[in-house]
Design a protein around this ligand. Structure first.
Ligand SMILES: Nc1ncnc2c1ncn2[C@@H]1O[C@H](COP(=O)(O)OP(=O)(O)OP(=O)(O)O)[C@@H](O)[C@H]1O
Ligand SMILES: O=P(O)(O)OC[C@@]1(O)O[C@H](CO)[C@@H](O)[C@@H]1O
Length: 313
C-alpha cells in the first residue's frame, strides 16, 4: 500500500480559452473541475491502476466539501480544518500551454498541524510500502514540516518519497533520509544553486543532493523525459513525442508510475516517463488509465552522454 500526504490540497479548475491575452475579456470554451494537490494526484493515478493507496489530506469549508465529493471512493484519511480548502486555476490554450494560478491555501492552527502529523503517524503504524509527501505547505506549517515527516517515516521504517519545492524541499533534502526525491529541472537547479544545461550537470547536481543523505533522485524534465540517479548509475528516458494538452499533474503521474511496482530502477524510470507522457496528453488534471499509459511506451539509456544538452521545451 502506498500512503500519500498532501498538506495543501486543492480543487483544480481548468478554463479552456482560445488564447490568453492579458487585460482582455476572454470567452471560456469549457470548464472542468478535478481533485488536486500533488499527493492526491499520486493516489488517484495509483488507484486508477489498481495499486492499493491511501491519501492523507486536510479538508475544510465549501472547497473541502467539493474536494471530498470529487474524490468519490478514493481511500483516504481526512483531517477537518477550520479554513477553506483552496481552489487553483489552470488556463489552458489549444497549443497545450498551461498557465497556473495557485492559491496560498488555508492557514492551519498548531493543533491542526499536529492533528495532520498524528494521522500520518497512525497510518505509518500500518506499515505502508511508501509514504509519498507532496506539494506546497499551507500557512501555519513551518518549512521543516517535511523534515518532521521524514523523522516519522524513519521511526516506522517506511521509505519516504518527496516532491515539493522551495524552502520545504531544501530543508528536507539537506536533512537527508529521503529515499526518493522528485525534483523537476527547475527545482533541482534551485537546490543546487546553479543552471544545469546538460545531462552531466543534472546527474552531478543530483549526486550532490544524494550526498546529503538521500538515496535516489528522479529528475523530471518535461518534454525531455526524466533522469534517474542513484550513487552507482544514472539512466535517462527521453520519452515519447506527445501532443501536450495539459502538463498539470504530469509530475505526480510520473512519480506514481515509478512507485507503482517493485523492480529494477530502469524499469521504474520507463514507467514514470510513460505515465507522465500519458498524463500530458489528457486535459486538466486527468490521471491516465493503464490503456493511456500502454500507448506511451519509452526506452531507457543507462549512463547517458553527459554532454547532451537539455534545452527547456
Ligand atoms: N511536453 C511534454 N511532452 C511529453 N511528455 C511530457 C511533457 N511534459 C511532461 N512530460 C512527462 O511528464 C513528466 C513530468 O513532467 P514535468 O517535469 O513537467 O513534471 P513537474 O514539473 O513535476 O509537473 P507538475 O508539477 O505539473 O506535476 C516528464 O518526466 C515526462 O514524462
Ligand atoms: O501549490 P503546489 O502544492 O505546489 O501545487 C499544487 C498543484 O499545482 O499541484 C498539482 C499538479 O502537480 C495540482 O493538482 C495542484 O493544483
Amino acid at each position: 500500500m502506498i500512503l500519500t500526504l498532501t498538506p495543501n490540497p486543492s480543487v483544480d479548475h481548468t478554463l479552456e480559452v482560445d488564447g490568453l491575452v492579458r487585460g482582455e475579456v476572454l470567452r471560456v470554451r469549457a470548464t472542468r473541475a478535478h481533485p488536486g494537490g500533488k499527493g492526491v494526484n499520486v493516489a488517484r493515478a495509483l488507484s486508477g491502476a489498481d495499486v492499493p493507496t491511501r491519501a492523507v489530506l486536510p479538508v475544510g469549508g465549501g472547497g473541502g466539501a467539493e474536494l471530498s465529493a470529487l474524490l468519490g471512493g478514493l481511500p483516504r484519511a481526512t483531517v477537518p480544518i477550520e479554513g477553506e480548502t483552496r481552489a487553483n486555476i489552470t488556463v489552458a490554450e489549444p497549443d497545450g500551454t498551461t498557465t497556473k494560478l495557485n492559491a496560498p491555501g488555508p492557514v492551519l492552527s498548531p493543533t491542526e498541524v499536529g492533528a495532520l502529523l498524528a494521522v500520518v503517524e497512525d497510518e505509518l503504524t500500518r506499515g505502508p510500502d511508501w509514504i509519498v509527501a507532496c506539494g506546497s505547505l499551507p500557512g501555519g506549517a513551518t518549512a521543516d514540516f517535511y523534515v518532521r515527516v521524514a523523522e516519522l517515516a524513519a521511526r516506522y521504517g517506511v521509505p519516504l518519497a518527496l516532491d515539493s519545492s522551495g524552502e520545504p524541499l531544501a530543508e528536507a533534502a539537506h536533512a537527508g533520509s529521503v529515499a526518493l526525491l522528485k525534483p523537476n529541472h527547475e527545482e533541482l537547479e534551485e537546490l543546487a544553486g546553479r543552471d544545469l544545461p546538460t545531462v552531466g550537470d543534472v546527474v552531478s547536481a543530483a549526486r550532490e543532493v544524494l550526498s546529503w543523505g538521500n538515496e535516489q533522485a528522479l529528475v523530471t524534465l518535461g518534454g525531455h523525459g526524466a533522469i534517474l540517479v542513484d550513487d552507482t548509475c544514472s539512466w535517462w528516458a527521453r520519452g515519447p513525442l506527445v501532443r501536450a494538452r495539459s502538463t498539470v499533474g504530469a509530475g505526480d503521474c510520473a512519480l506514481a508510475g515509478f512507485l507503482s511496482q517493485d523492480g529494477p530502477p530502469d524499469k521504474g524510470l520507463a514507467r514514470a516517463v510513460s505515465w507522465g507522457a500519458a498524463a500530458v496528453s489528457l486535459p486538466g488534471t486527468t490521471v491516465p488509465t493503464p490503456e493511456d499509459v500502454a500507448a506511451h511506451e519509452t526506452t531507457v539509456v543507462a549512463e547517458p552522454d553527459p554532454h547532451q544538452r537539455i534545452d527547456r521545451l
